[in-house]
Design a protein around this ligand. Structure first.
Ligand code: GTP
Ligand code: MG
Length: 171
């Protein structure tokens, strides 16, 4: 068959937000793992959509590893940024990390698509995706296409909508 266009995506966000769970769920069921553990450093993962072949740098969100993120910015053609919508205490930390990312010289002047997952929507404490976008001031992102999806990575809800948007941006 036709070879799909390959794209490199960075998956970023705080530890425990659900990055690895999301990426795992986007793989074919026979390639999914059952036990997901906190990522050490980063992990390179692959999944395909109807027209694209994604290579994802699934970064650890732990504080001690966040300094690694910037070394991969040049390679990234898009960003998936995951937020734990139930973690109100650390929403401000997520915003700080996002702002640092957006101001980085390797990101700042590029028109990179950013897909946000307001994840863990199944939890009682979760705030809506509209609220997450307000808390992160996403309306201030004017020079990059972005989109936010509410997701439940355990069930897979919302993931397809997000990836469809990303695929459209990267054609
Ligand atoms: P690091 O690799 O440490 O940066 O974390 P991560 O962002 O990759 O998070 P990970 O995918 O390891 O998930 C952390 C925990 O959250 C796991 O116990 C997941 O099962 C759980 N989790 C992920 N997504 C969801 C979700 O949508 N809802 C609920 N309830 N739990 C979730
Ligand atoms: Mg992980």
């Amino acid at each position: 068959g036709l070879k799909k266009k390959e794209v490199h995506v960075l998956c970023l966000g705080l530890d425990n937000s659900g990055k690895t769970t999301i990426i795992n769920k986007l793989k074919p069921s026979n390639a999914q793992t059952q036990d997901i553990v906190p990522t050490i450093g980063f992990s390179i993962e692959k999944f395909k959509t109807s027209s694209l072949s994604f290579t994802v740098f699934d970064m650890s969100g732990q504080g001690k590893y966040r300094d690694l993120w910037e070394h991969y910015y040049k390679e990234g053609q898009a960003i998936i940024f995951v937020i734990d919508s139930s973690d109100k205490l650390r929403m401000v930390v997520a915003k700080e990390e996002l702002d640092t990312l957006l101001n980085h010289p390797d990101i700042k002047h590029r028109r990179l698509p950013i897909l946000f997952f307001a994840n863990k929507m199944d939890l009682r404490d979760a705030v809506s995706s509209v609220k997450v976008s307000q808390l992160l001031s996403l309306e201030n992102i004017k020079d990059k296409p972005w989109h936010i999806c509410a997701s439940d990575a355990l069930k897979g809800d919302g993931l397809q909508e997000g990836v469809d948007w990303l695929q459209d941006q990267m054609q």
